[in-house]
Ligand binder design. Structure first.
Ligand SMILES: Cc1cc2nc3c(=O)[nH]c(=O)nc-3n(C[C@H](O)[C@H](O)[C@H](O)COP(=O)(O)OP(=O)(O)OC[C@H]3O[C@@H](n4cnc5c(N)ncnc54)[C@H](O)[C@@H]3O)c2cc1C
Length: 574
């Protein structure tokens, strides 16, 4: 269906039209590309990046990079393996250190029991080009820059979009089966769909200043850290984070109002961080931005979808914005592929909103509480006092800041512990949903959860089995032919893996576990499914899925009856 994209104004056709070439649009393009799905991504900017907003990729993002085959590039982009990833609370770099959240350097971290990967810095300036290369490596993907979406209309069969070619001003028309708005917080797609956002669209103003500071670590007496958090009598007022592991630093000022924005004297603020004169630096860039926490009322409308900041925007505290958006892309990618390849049922794409909206709202809430904890207006009047009372105040403030914030920067429960429950395409097994924990993470194969990691005898992770089609994990010699026949009947790609390791069997809890292409558990049971029901087509009642192989396959491919049941308990944005 897709034609070769040129700068010609002739109408173009593509299965998927992606608006926006930020990290979310690029990861969706890369995911669709590896599934052989055609997509055109248009980005209104030139193909060059400004300074990075995102610095840290989560453990889940790294797991997706593993699936995309770009993990080595993301791990080895150049961040020094011996640079501690600590967050240090200081009054200034020449003053007092009042607390430190220790996070080992990349080279020192032992293997994690919950993932084959770990979260790590990979600023957008490195990360986005890696994603772009991955997307472009697939012949089905076309990426065009300086092309902006102006408007679109949808009908029963597709979406017709009007694009402006900023190189020559000409309009182009593109016809797509589906359109995905990955066009950021000020999303044209969301606006034209008339979808409202809820939450706090303006928490405060922030300013980010990029500083080139040659050899900063040797010019102060504090231990190296990934970020220094500056705390004054007024509370937390800025952070200084290392960007490239060499000499590029990012100073972020928090809690500005319009008056303070006008009065901002950057050299004076930099001097305040250093605590003295004499440290040479240059200002490379300066950006003003608004901190917000918003979630769109709907993540889709017919054939049009929202992903990333277009759907949910977070305070960057905890590094959850892009990382949550990448989960959107990986939820949507296989659903678009299944639908376009013909095995996805009519409800497969509708499940995107059911699954991703609650998960994104949960992450946005955590980002907001991270921010509020960090800047909470605790009494800090004596923080600079060179007296015993000052020492005591610093001890108390430091302890409180460490205790309140030590999990904020790596909320593994947000990254790995989101569970799609209820979901119209997940079959519940009758057990209780594990308690939600946004910081800690206890691996679980509860239906809807990310299938847990364990090392297989051949050195692969269980996660390496997932990514293409559905995977049936078999922990005992049971007959799965009915399920395999049902998948074949419906054209659903299914691979069966026999795992004999009893520890992995314990982790997954059931003898049979069906895992979706995005690595989430779709169904699990001890008993093999019964023979297929005689009827052709989707089952009509809501109690069928447990025993009937065809009903199970129909449910997980989006042709089951559970959409109605889920609609009744549908999540509402706060
Ligand atoms: C200071 C700061 C630090 C952050 N740190 C982190 C972090 O460490 N970890 C993390 O996970 N997140 C972080 N974030 C959040 C993260 O940057 C965003 O969540 C992420 O960039 C969202 O990606 P996106 O692709 O959805 O949107 P964007 O990055 O905003 O990209 C949208 C793209 O769409 C294009 N576009 C817009 N309209 C159109 C149109 N009509 N036609 C064509 N193209 C269009 C834009 O030009 C843009 O390139 C941070 C944010 C800030 C501000």
């Amino acid at each position: 269906m897709q034609r070769v994209m040129t700068d010609s104004p002739a109408p173009l056709e593509t299965p998927v039209l992606i608006i926006g070439g930020g990290p979310i649009g690029l990861s969706l393009a890369a995911d669709l590309g590896r599934r052989g799905v055609g997509a055109l991504l248009v980005e209104e900017r030139e193909n060059k990046l400004g300074p990075a907003k995102m610095l840290e990729c989560s453990v889940r993002t790294l797991e997706f990079c593993r699936q995309l085959g770009v993990i080595d590039k993301v791990r080895n982009w150049g961040f020094p393996l011996d640079w501690p990833l600590d967050s240090a609370f200081v009054t200034d770099l020449a003053g007092y250190e009042i607390g430190r959240v220790r996070t080992p350097a990349l080279g020192a971290e032992r293997d994690s029991p919950v993932s084959p990967e770990r979260g790590q810095p990979c600023p957008q300036t490195w990360f986005d080009p890696i994603l772009q290369d991955a997307a472009r490596s697939h012949p089905s993907i076309t990426i065009r820059h300086r092309i902006g979406l102006e408007s679109f209309v949808q009908d029963d069969d597709g979406v017709t979009a009007q694009l402006r070619n900023h190189a020559n001003g000409a309009m182009e028309t593109v016809r797509a089966a589906y359109l995905v708005g990955c066009d950021g917080f000020a999303s044209t797609v969301r606006e034209q769909l008339g979808i409202a956002i809820r939450g706090e669209p303006h928490l405060d103003w922030s300013m980010t200043v990029y500083l080139r500071i040659p050899d900063l670590p040797s010019q102060h007496d504090k231990e190296k850290a990934f970020r220094y958090v500056f705390v004054g009598p007024e509370g937390t007022w800025s952070f200084l984070s290392i960007v490239d592991g060499k000499d590029l630093w990012r100073l972020q000022l928090v809690g500005l109002d319009e008056q303070r924005l006008r009065d901002t004297d950057i050299p004076a603020l930099v001097r305040r961080c250093f605590g003295r004169d004499g440290i040479a630096y240059t200002i490379e860039d300066k950006t003003l931005w608004v901190r917000k926490r918003t979630v769109a009322d709907r993540f889709m409308d017919g054939r049009v979808f929202l992903a990333g900041d277009a759907a949910h925007a977070h305070p960057p505290n905890g590094g959850l914005g892009m990382n949550t958006g990448i989960q959107d892309a990986f939820d949507l990618g296989w659903k678009l592929a299944g639908t376009l390849q013909g095995w996805g049922g009519p409800q497969l794409l509708a499940s995107y909103d059911y699954e991703r909206r609650p998960a994104s709202a949960r992450a946005a809430e955590v980002s907001l509480s991270n921010y509020r904890r960090l800047v909470s207006a605790a009494q800090r009047a004596e923080i600079l006092s060179p007296t015993p009372a000052g020492d005591e105040a610093r001890r108390l403030i430091g302890e409180a800041l460490v205790a309140e914030n030590e999990k904020s920067w790596h909320p593994v429960g947000v990254h790995l512990g989101y569970i799609y429950h209820p979901s119209p395409i997940v079959v519940p097994d009758g057990t209780a949903k594990p308690e939600d924990d946004t910081f800690g993470y206890v691996p679980t194969a509860f239906p809807g959860a990310r299938a847990p990691h364990a090392w297989l005898s051949d050195g692969r992770s269980t996660l390496d089995l997932f990514g293409d089609g559905f995977v049936l994990l078999k922990f005992a010699e049971v007959d799965t032919s009915a399920l395999e026949d049902a998948a074949r009947t419906r054209g659903v790609p299914l691979t069966v893996h026999r795992i004999t390791d009893p520890e992995i069997a314990n982790l997954y809890e059931c003898k049979l576990v069906l895992v979706r292409p995005d690595g989430h558990v779709a169904w699990r049971q001890d008993e093999p499914p019964q023979e297929n029901a005689p009827q052709d087509g989707a089952p009509q009642n809501n109690s069928a899925p447990q025993g009937d192989a065809l009903s199970i396959i129909d449910t997980v491919r989006g042709a089951g009856p559970r959409i109605a049941a889920c609609r009744a308990i549908r999540y509402r944005s706060p």
